[in-house]
Design a protein around this ligand. Structure first.
Ligand code: SF4
Ligand code: SF4
Length: 621
């Protein structure tokens, strides 16, 4: 915050959109909050966990988190669940029924779309769920609106007895802004009111609720026409006018400060008649929406002339560098700025962390031939990249096991002798993978499962899960015993192994033995994520330059602490060229996990203090 901004806003605080949502929930007297970590929404629950008035939990998946919030709402409390866009696919089963039941205590679903695919397996537009589930969608454009719209969402939910979708995007979640908060409120005490005709959605009851939902749609559409969240901003230049929402609004405002804008805060149901009137006042109406042409399609169906995705891209954010050239023909703008690309950056492949316990697994998988490897969602998805190339599929959370089962059952003659392997992390296994294992055992699948237990949700920053033995607040709770769990799901005890992933010979032995077995096997690794407090650093290693032959075997581990110092090309006795890579170890990064030692035939990797000739990287203070 600059000094000038501070003077203008003495009461305002400088926080991210995620923090604003958490603060607003607390101030709105939300009593229960639940989530499964997922970038970019993760921090909402991390911030909420600091407020003692809100019960908060990491749930094992998004469907469970929504069901926890639903239960709290039915009990009369205000409740919030948070998730990223793909999480709502998981939670949608509960959502599609809850829309019939409605809300008692305000029920808010904060969904963060990863527009531009910073860290997700797909780009999707969660506003579709608003249409599909007949629920209102609120779209804040900055941290201030993230705060005020979250407050509004609780009251809207109670006013219309409807779950409310708060659609965030990565830019809203993570960008900080000045936020003014309002006085916190105290909701009236309610209680669980038995009402099986409303809460028990057997077909007869559900059928009766559908007309009520349709009626609610009409009332919400009427409400949208006069809702203060849908704001008209007159401009000087009437050649083009914009209907827009969320982060796209800020980009439009920055790019075309003179253009009239109808900013939609309550973007579904859209205020169709308000937009129709606005269209009459400008030469050309543009719908600027990130990602899908949802509103555009609705408005065209209502007979409103406009442009949208015929001019604007359907992928990624509508930043000024995208908007300006896309609309240059309409505005007469001579600016021909090309959309920003990342081509100026030196290409760096994503990689696992130094000493990550998954590296040993991928080193083995890369060296075991004749495999089909089904992967999953988490940091271990990076095993698909260099130097391992050790994943063949990655679809969705928990899919590795069931996809492996399908590969096993659907394999053709050409794949009969291939070993089918599934790789999954501990948190992902608990999220949605357990069902896949049960399917494999129940249906006599022939899959070797690598259950990589690093006792954290590693990809999103090491959050706790039932595998860590700690809850969201860092307090001790039950710790899942994966061996017993796998046994309970039908794996024979003799086919379950627990191994240290840094001990390559043990890993190789377990893997080579188990892929030969008929029926399911589970190999569980037991070392924590290097980024958690549970990880213990060992004495650092270094490379003895006199012994290093440049064979580059250690580079196959993929540890970022091992660096190539010098390359050489030599001619072998058979006349062929051979590339050598002489390495060094970054002593500032190495944690001494000892994984690389096993890969070095000449024993050139040694403890840093053992030999003064070692080739450790000097680290400036
Ligand atoms: S494995 Fe050993 S000999 Fe080969 S490059 Fe690495 S340190 Fe040198
Ligand atoms: S011991 Fe080897 S694998 Fe482990 S962190 Fe150090 S350089 Fe990396």
């Amino acid at each position: 915050m600059t000094a000038a901004e501070q003077v203008r806003n003495p009461q305002a605080i400088f926080i991210s959109g995620n923090e604003a949502v958490a603060m607003a929930a607390r101030d709105a007297d939300c009593r229960v909050a639940a989530a499964y970590p997922g970038t970019p929404s993760t921090e909402i629950l991390e911030y909420l966990s600091a407020y003692p008035t809100v019960y908060s939990e990491w749930s094992i998946n998004e469907k469970v988190s929504l069901e926890v919030a639903i239960g709290a709402s039915l009990a009369g409390s205000r409740a919030l669940c948070a998730m990223k866009h793909v999480g709502l696919n998981v939670a949608s089963d509960a959502l599609m029924t809850q829309t019939l039941i409605g809300a008692v205590g305000g029920l808010v679903i904060a969904v963060a779309d990863d527009v531009g695919l910073s860290s997700s397996q797909n780009e999707q537009d969660s506003r579709y769920w608003g249409r599909f589930a007949h629920i209102p969608v609120l779209e804040p454009c900055d941290a201030q609106e993230a705060y005020s719209m979250t407050r509004f969402a609780f009251s809207l939910s109670e006013q219309f007895s409807v779950p409310v979708l708060l659609r965030l995007t990565t830019r809203i979640c993570h960008v900080k802004g000045l936020v003014r908060t309002d006085a916190s409120e105290k909701t009236v005490a309610r209680f669980f009111n038995k009402d099986s005709s409303r809460y028990v959605m057997v077909p007869g009851n559900a059928r009766n609720r559908i007309p009520l939902m349709m009626q609610r749609d009409k009332e919400l559409a009427q409400f949208s026409e006069s809702c203060e969240l849908n704001r008209f901003e007159p401009g000087q230049d009437r050649r083009i006018g914009f209907v827009t929402s969320g982060a796209a609004y800020c980009h439009v405002r920055e790019t075309f400060p003179e253009a009239p804008v109808l900013k939609l805060g309550l973007s579904h149901p859209a205020p169709i008649e308000t937009i129709r009137a606005f269209a009459q006042e400008v030469d050309q109406l543009i719908v600027a929406e990130e990602v899908e042409p949802l509103l555009e399609t609705e408005l065209k169906a209502a007979g409103i002339q406009l442009s949208g995705k015929d001019i604007l891209p359907r992928i990624g954010e509508l930043t000024p560098s995208v908007l300006r050239p896309a609309l240059a023909q309409l505005t007469g703008d001579t600016c021909t700025t090309a959309p920003a690309t990342q081509n100026d950056l030196f290409p760096r492949p994503p990689t696992l962390c130094v000493a990550c316990p998954h590296m040993g697994i991928y080193y083995c998988l890369a060296h075991v031939k004749n495999t089909i490897i089904s992967g999953d969602i988490g940091c271990y998805t990076l095993g698909a990249g260099q130097p391992w190339n050790a994943l063949d599929t990655c679809i969705s959370m928990g899919a590795s096991l069931s996809v492996a089962q399908g590969i096993d059952k659907g394999r053709s003659e050409a794949d009969q002798n291939k070993n089918v392997i599934a790789v999954i992390g501990d948190s992902t296994f608990l999220h949605m993978g357990m069902q896949g294992l049960l399917d494999i055992t129940y249906n006599r699948g022939n899959v070797t499962i690598l259950l990589l237990d690093n006792r954290a949700v590693g990809m999103t920053g090491g959050q706790n899960a039932p595998s860590s033995g700690l809850d969201l607040h860092g307090e001790e709770t039950i710790q899942v015993d994966f061996r017993k769990l796998c046994e309970a799901l039908g794996v024979k005890p003799a086919r379950i192994h627990e191994v240290n992933p840094y001990e390559l010979p043990v890993l190789f032995k377990a893997l080579r033995e188990e892929v030969k077995q008929t029926g399911p096997s589970v190999i569980i690794t037991n070392q924590p994520c290097v980024l958690t407090e549970r990880y213990r650093q060992q004495p650092v290693l270094a490379v003895d330059a006199d012994r290093c032959t440049g064979c580059s075997n250690c580079l196959d581990v993929g540890c970022p602490a091992i660096l190539v110092e010098r390359r050489e090309t030599v001619i072998k006795p058979n006349g062929r060229e051979k590339q050598l890579a002489f390495v060094k170890i970054d002593s500032a990064a190495c944690t001494g996990c000892n994984l690389c030692i096993n890969t070095c035939g000449p024993d050139a990797i040694i403890p840093l203090s053992r030999d003064s000739r070692i080739n450790a990287v000097e680290v400036s203070a």
